[in-house]
Design a protein around this ligand. Structure first.
Ligand code: ZN
Length: 411
């Protein structure tokens, strides 16, 4: 066979494979009836979301069609809604989502940890394939969270033939190369918390591996009791850290912090300034300051303040600044050098940390931490703007949007 014939042969066999695969994919969902269309909440510009109906294309042999059940609203969604800092619009947001597998392409056999995947399974998704062009992701897969082109469903630009790219809609089409996990044993509420749980599991891993300051004897400060701060408290408690000091300015969030494992609650509004607040933390830590602090607010000044609450030889993990909130002042002598502080950053998570995240949530429930109580509000998809507004007004903690069409059909 000459090279021309070889090439023709390869093209013909590729075309045949594709035709066969498509026939296979179609026959697998022929019985259930492929939905013709579905709704998606399109953020057309900052502050403007519209529910649109789009045709739903057939899935390919290596894709999965997911019928969305619910999706948490993340601080990142709210930043996008306020000002679209990543210039994604028009976009279908929603990355803390979960749903039921409606169709499986014939070449898809198992999830990212080797569990078989079938129609009816409950799944969550993590990071899509990282970019081949990114040197960090390519040469250090354990740091793929630092990829230049980190992508998750719900923060992807729209495509001409597919608007089902985020969980604020009826469907998501899972593409080849995405990481996804079958989690049938978990309630829908718990599944909505896996993504933020992965954020705090990653922060805990970073903190554990930075030195000897985080162990069973540690006194730990968690500054900021939003959804991530509260989950941070729960993961520390589940991990066996008992002396946790929660700092926030909202008394109902502090009460929730207590149910999730904090044993000291500090409302910063009760103190005159940072020196006064630091003195309080010192009084709770034998006059020395905490061994370790997790900074989980998006306020730059809070980051500078946390140094005053940490003892010499202690550590700090910055996990709150997911968007650029600006700069803050630090005294390099007093805050870092003289105290020999170990300072680490924590950014998102790796997809291989998802199993860790769902084991954490299950264990937390087993030891009596009411992690699902973080979900304080639920809205149907057509009230998504109200869900965003509740979040903007900082009412409650975690707001969830439900694809109500599915809930109706299930009742
Ligand atoms: Zn998020």
């Amino acid at each position: 066979m000459n090279s021309n014939e070889q090439q023709i042969d390869r093209i013909v066999s590729n075309v045949l494979r594709r035709v066969q695969s498509q026939a296979g994919a179609q026959s697998e969902h022929a019985g259930s009836g492929h939905p013709k269309s579905g709704r998606a909440a399109v953020m057309k510009a900052a502050g403007h979301v519209e529910i649109c109906e789009f045709p739903l294309r057939e899935i390919g042999p290596d894709e999965i069609l997911v019928h969305v059940e619910a999706c948490g609203v993340c601080g990142t969604d709210i930043h996008c809604y306020k000002s679209d800092p990543f210039e994604l619009a028009p976009v279908v947001l929603g990355h803390e989502g979960t749903g039921e597998v409606l169709e499986v392409g014939r070449d898809v056999k198992m999830d990212s940890v080797g569990k078989p995947v079938r129609v009816g399974d409950k799944i969550v998704t993590s990071i899509l394939d990282t970019s081949d062009a990114c040197m960090i992701a390519k040469y250090n897969p354990l740091k793929s969270n630092l990829c230049d082109d980190l992508r998750v469903y719900g923060l992807l630009p729209n495509e001409p033939d597919n608007h089902f790219n985020g969980y604020f809609g009826d469907y998501v089409i899972i593409r080849p190369g995405s990481s996804f996990f079958v989690v049938n044993e978990m309630s829908v509420d718990l599944r909505c918390l896996i993504e933020p749980a992965a954020v705090v599991c990653h922060a805990l891993e970073r903190a554990k591996n930075c030195g000897s300051t985080l162990n069973f004897r540690s006194r730990v400060v968690v500054q900021g009791c939003g959804p991530i701060g509260l989950l941070m408290i729960a993961v520390l408690r589940t991990y066996g850290i008992n002396n946790i000091i929660a700092i926030d300015g909202n008394s109902s969030r502090l009460e929730m912090a207590a149910t999730l494992g904090a044993d000291e609650l500090v409302n910063y509004k009760d103190f005159m300034g940072i020196d006064d607040l630091a003195a309080k933390v010192q009084s709770l830590t034998k006059g020395l300051g905490a061994h370790f602090g997790f900074q989980v607010t998006g306020v730059p000044a809070a980051f500078s303040n946390l140094f005053k609450c940490i003892r010499r030889g202690g550590g700090i993990c910055e996990v709150g600044h997911f968007v650029d909130g600006g700069e803050c002042a630090i005294n390099p002598h007093l805050d870092i050098c003289r105290k020999e502080i170990t300072l680490i950053g924590s950014w998102v998570y790796n997809s291989f940390e998802y199993p860790n995240a769902y084991h954490f949530l299950q264990r937390a429930e087993q030891i009596g931490l009411p992690v699902c109580s973080l979900i304080t509000h639920k809205f149907p998809l057509d009230q998504i703007e109200e869900a965003f507004q509740v979040n903007l007004r900082q009412e409650g903690v975690k707001v969830v949007v439900q694809a109500n069409r599915l809930s109706k059909s299930k009742q």
